[in-house]
Design a protein around this ligand. Structure first.
Ligand code: HEM
Ligand code: HEM
Length: 285
């Protein structure tokens, strides 16, 4: 049985797993907003890496000998068309993503893996909608082609028993037969797993007492207080400005501390100065 070169096999499975990761993260990006800044950078960095790996894969396709097609007729033509579609997906997904960030109103700089700056493509801003729509759509086209591709591969391997899958495996090992396709599922699961927690809902309004209770319960017990409990020192309200001025000096002055001069305690100093300026504790207008 002839098989693809080791390099082609490596790129086939690595790109497939990275694409699954990209889709899993991509679907969450819009809802993350600013919280997803780091993920946006990862998504863009991995996307551009996929683009470069795909160029390498296409070059290897023509450089290294590859096995002859197993089938002719319309099934062979369909397999070829699906492969061509998958190449278009591998190129189109990163290119539309790059176009969409290059034409956005707010130009967020991209640093590939925090190191290499990605220039913006010289495209008119009017193409933004097209790029954005295309980027979302191409992911779904890729998923449809992937389903056809896997169905075709399984038809050969399981129904026709011609061992087609071994052509895309580095060795004839049943472990690899499961492990390599499982990398795609792993890429997707990893992409979902690294998403940040959903944003907490907007602050509870006073009209919802149960929500207030939930917030209250989360406080440490020392701070919990029912409306009837008298305020403990911890809950004593902050003194208002005039009260502070009437009683300006803190009980424990830091005077003995040799290293801390007055400037290190600006609030005490400021309070003393204010007390001198307004001896009655009231500002005279
Ligand atoms: C290489 C493969 C890539 C795949 C498979 C992919 C996939 C996706 C998917 C499925 C979405 C969600 C789209 C939606 O729900 O409408 C998305 C969003 C996004 N992608 Fe990609 N992407 C890739 C590469 C890139 C690249 C290279 C960039 C930029 C340099 C990029 C930038 C973005 C941005 C900014 C969003 C959010 C769009 C929005 O908020 O509307 N993507 N991606
Ligand atoms: C479980 C998933 C997958 C399996 C089992 C699988 C299996 C295979 C096999 C057996 C071949 C060789 C076909 C032949 O010799 O005629 C092949 C080729 C190919 N696969 Fe996959 N594949 C999978 C996922 C993917 C994904 C996700 C992509 C890309 C998005 C992809 C892109 C390709 C391409 C473009 C070829 C043609 C290579 C060439 O001749 O240039 N595959 N795949």
């Amino acid at each position: 049985m002839q098989r693809y070169s080791r390099l082609a096999i490596f790129l086939h499975w690595a790109i497939a797993a990275l694409l699954a990761f990209q889709i899993a993260v991509g679907w969450a990006l819009e809802d993350l907003g600013a919280r997803g800044f780091a993920l946006f950078q990862w998504h863009k960095s991995i996307g551009i890496s996929i683009l470069l790996l795909t160029f390498a894969r296409i070059a290897i396709r023509y450089w290294k000998p590859r096995p002859a097609p197993v089938e002719g007729g319309w099934q062979g033509a369909l397999a070829k068309a699906v492969h061509a579609g998958l190449y278009l997906f591998m190129l189109g997904a990163p290119l539309t993503g790059w176009a969409l960030v290059s034409t956005a109103k707010v130009k967020v700089p991209t640093l590939i893996f925090g190191i290499v700056p990605l220039p913006h493509l010289p495209l008119p801003m009017s193409t933004h909608e097209l790029a954005e729509g295309g980027h979302g759509l191409i992911a779904w086209l890729g998923i449809a082609l992937f389903a056809l591709h896997v169905a075709g591969a399984l038809r050969h391997h399981v129904l026709m028993r011609d061992g087609l899958l071994w052509r895309m495996m580095p060795a004839r090992s049943p472990l690899l037969l499961f492990a390599l396709p499982a990398l795609i599922a792993l890429g997707f699961v990893l992409g979902r797993a690294i998403l940040p927690e959903p944003a907490p809902k907007a602050a509870a309004s006073p009209a919802k007492p149960e929500a207030v209770g939930a917030v209250e319960k989360r406080r440490p017990p020392m701070q919990r207080r029912s409306p009837t409990t008298p305020p403990t020192p911890r809950h004593r309200p902050k003194p208002t400005m005039p009260q502070r001025l009437r009683n300006p000096l803190p009980r424990r002055l830091p005077g003995r501390c040799s290293r801390a001069g007055p400037s290190a305690f600006p609030s005490a100093t400021a309070a003393r100065r204010s007390a001198a300026a307004f001896p009655n504790g009231r500002r005279r207008s």
